[in-house]
Ligand binder design. Structure first.
Ligand code: ATP
Length: 357
């Protein structure tokens, strides 16, 4: 549906976007994820036509977008600020873009009602725009975009103004809405959990470059490099020495985890004999009492952080440069393990992934 081909956007010598290439499929919920300033809004604005690539090309639905203004593209954008007109009521806000289509009054009303129903605002059409909650304003902004029946809906941090509870509820609703209407959604977010929860695929961006494009589970479980791994939740990094390096896999020696064979990431560039492995904190499990596991490491609890449903244990392990971060549910009393206690942790060697730098 969207083809980004080697797109660069420069401001003088600075490249806000640097040779980005990407294909977004029809009907996909696609997220652009990255820290502030990584270029995700720049890319979204160029898809919408509010900005122009310095070089490279953008095609939507097979058509080159060079010189095509936003209102003639099959896209519609929902802005972070919602940009709702305060002097118009809900219905008038939603109908605003339809005016230029010159539909007859019945058809226009039918489409407005349909869009309001899609965002669960049926019956609120006559409400003034200033008499709405944050969540309702968000829905009006969505309805106003959906009513135009775009092929692609572009969403720039649409949930960032909402409180945590409402944001989580809207994430579920937005995902449901996308499945119902079946159009392609492109979401810009800096919230990794939002991207993981909502997307079919995610592009992770840093410094104007696309670091990885994959489904949420792959991005989380097989991050291509340390930066991606670190951005998407906690990760323990473990130094390793390469003992065998063939086309698809790496065998390494580590201090605490012994010899490990793991899949080699695509971006892996060998730099001497060293390598970095990563293991997520929740992939290390506390072994209670005399329980044994085929693969385990032993250490000492040096710190403990309580988060309600889980506890983070910081565990010093002989031979490791940095203590391990372990995330354990509180079912069995991880929140009661005293600092200073000896501890054994079980792991699955498959949870140890090689990371490119
Ligand atoms: P945020 O989440 O903070 O919106 P972002 O990833 O969306 O960040 P962009 O808005 O795409 O980031 O900006 C990318 C980079 O380009 C930033 O470093 C920004 O300062 C720079 N930039 C954006 N617009 C301009 C401009 N008009 N002139 C100069 N630099 C710009």
């Amino acid at each position: 549906m969207i083809e980004i081909a080697d797109v660069t956007r420069s401001y003088g010598a600075f490249k806000a976007l640097d040779s980005a290439s990407l294909t977004i499929r029809e009907g996909e919920f696609f997220s652009l994820l990255g820290p502030s300033g990584c270029g995700k809004t720049t890319l979204l604005r160029m898809i919408a036509g509010f900005d122009t690539p310095t070089s490279g090309r953008i095609l939507i639905d097979g058509q080159p977008m060079d010189g095509i203004p936003p209102n003639r593209r099959p896209t519609n954008m929902v802005f972070q600020s919602y940009a709702i007109f305060p002097h118009l009521n809900v219905e008038q806000n939603v109908a605003y873009g339809l005016k230029r289509l010159r539909l007859d009054a019945r058809e226009e009303k039918r489409r407005v009602d349909e869009a309001l129903a899609q965002v669960s605002l049926a019956g609120l059409g006559k409400r003034g725009a200033t008499e709405l909650s944050g969540g309702q304003r968000q829905r009006v902004a969505l309805a106003r975009a959906l009513v135009m029946r775009p092929k692609v809906l572009l969403l720039d941090e649409p949930l960032s103004a909402l409180d945590k509870k409402l944001r989580e509820q809207m994430q579920v609703e937005l995902r449901h809405l996308q499945r119902t209407v079946g159009i392609t959604f492109v979401l810009v977010t800096h919230d990794q959990y939002e991207a993981l929860a909502m997307s079919d695929r995610i592009a992770v961006m840093f410094g104007g470059r696309i670091a990885q494009v994959a489904a949420p589970k792959e991005i989380y479980q097989q991050p291509t490099n340390r930066q991606v791994a670190d951005f998407l939740g906690g990760m323990n990094f473990i130094q390793a020495e390469i003992v065998d390096d063939d086309s698809g896999s790496l065998t390494v020696d580590t201090m605490a985890f012994g010899r490990v064979t793991t899949e080699k990431p695509k971006a892996f560039v060998r730099n001497g004999s060293g390598a970095t492995l990563g293991i997520r904190p929740e992939r290390l499990r506390v072994l209670w009492d005399d329980a044994r596991a085929k693969f385990e490491v032993a250490g000492t609890v040096v710190d403990r952080h309580y988060f309600g449903e889980i506890t983070h244990l910081i565990v010093e392990v002989p031979g490791l440069e940095k203590p391990l971060s372990v995330s354990e549910t509180n079912n069995f009393g991880a929140d009661d393990i005293p600092v200073g206690a000896p501890i054994r942790l079980a792991y699955d060697p498959e949870a140890l992934v090689a990371l490119a730098d």
